[in-house]
Design a protein. Structure first.
Length: 257
């Protein structure tokens, strides 16, 4: 079931190397992702977006601050409330499509019949019936990403983190995957926190865009996106919001040369 995500006062630094001072990456970061919404994070290169996702996923620890899932503090035991889709599709090469989708369900120790039924449902919903017995090396980039998304969603995480999941795809496949993701989201209403360098991508998908500053990163501006879906990328409203985000990023860049 989709859950809300709240970040309060999150900070992260890395130890100094040789004579350098410690590197402060995130500083007092605060934001809220409502349950069932898509929120994108936009920022300049090196602004700590991936570090933020890794902390939320439990792959790194913050120095200070807290993360709340449905207003309850996230602990190590609640790690499976979070699903993450990486930029590099990390499918297990020795497992078929069906077996890859089943990974999270196996970790949850679902009964065999329930597991098989859920995997069947995802294979059908994602249009993967013709590929269920194939291995990752036999699939196109778009199909591999579909399998990665299905694997992440199958256990039913409360929050889904996506770290530039479509950046390695060609333009046409990327557009197809954006439309596919929105169709899946429209049916399931998952809570998604999406990192991308592509402003159009963030506006096409999201209910809000969080623009973050260069290191040490904070939320510089929260931009609501209220256009009805599906969105017309050529519309005046879409391009006005695109210009607004570009202007914010330019100001942040000039203030932090």
């Amino acid at each position: 079931m989709a859950a809300s995500l709240t970040i309060k006062g999150l900070s992260k630094s890395y130890p100094a190397q040789k004579d350098a001072v410690p590197l402060l990456v995130l500083e007092s970061m605060d934001f809220h992702v409502p349950a069932g919404s898509i929120v994108s994070i936009a920022g300049l290169n090196g602004s700590g977006k991936t570090t933020l996702l890794r902390i939320i996923a439990g792959l790194e620890s913050p120095d200070t601050g807290s993360m709340l899932i449905d207003e309850k503090i996230k602990t190590s035991s609640s790690g499976r409330n979070i699903g993450m889709i990486f930029q590099e599709v990390a499918l297990l090469p020795w497992r078929t499509v069906r077996q890859n989708i089943a990974v999270g369900l196996e970790l949850d120790e679902r009964p065999k019949t329930e597991l098989e039924d859920l995997v069947d449902d995802f294979i059908t919903a994602f249009g993967l019936a013709d590929y269920a017995g194939k291995y990752p090396k036999e699939l196109s980039g778009g199909l591999r990403q579909k399998v990665a998304i299905a694997r992440t969603l199958a256990p039913g995480p409360g929050v889904v983190l996506m770290d530039e999941p479509f950046s390695a795809l060609d333009c046409q496949t990327r557009e197809e995957m954006l439309s596919f993701l929105l169709k899946v989201w429209a049916k399931r209403q998952d809570t998604i926190l999406f990192v991308t360098h592509n402003i159009e991508e963030s506006l096409y998908l999201s209910d809000q865009v969080l623009v973050i500053s260069p290191k040490p990163s904070r939320v510089a501006e929260i931009i609501p996106v209220t256009m009805p879906r599906p969105r017309d990328k050529t519309s005046l409203e879409f391009n006005m919001l695109r210009r607004r985000i570009i202007d914010v990023l330019r100001r942040l860049s000039e203030a932090n040369p």
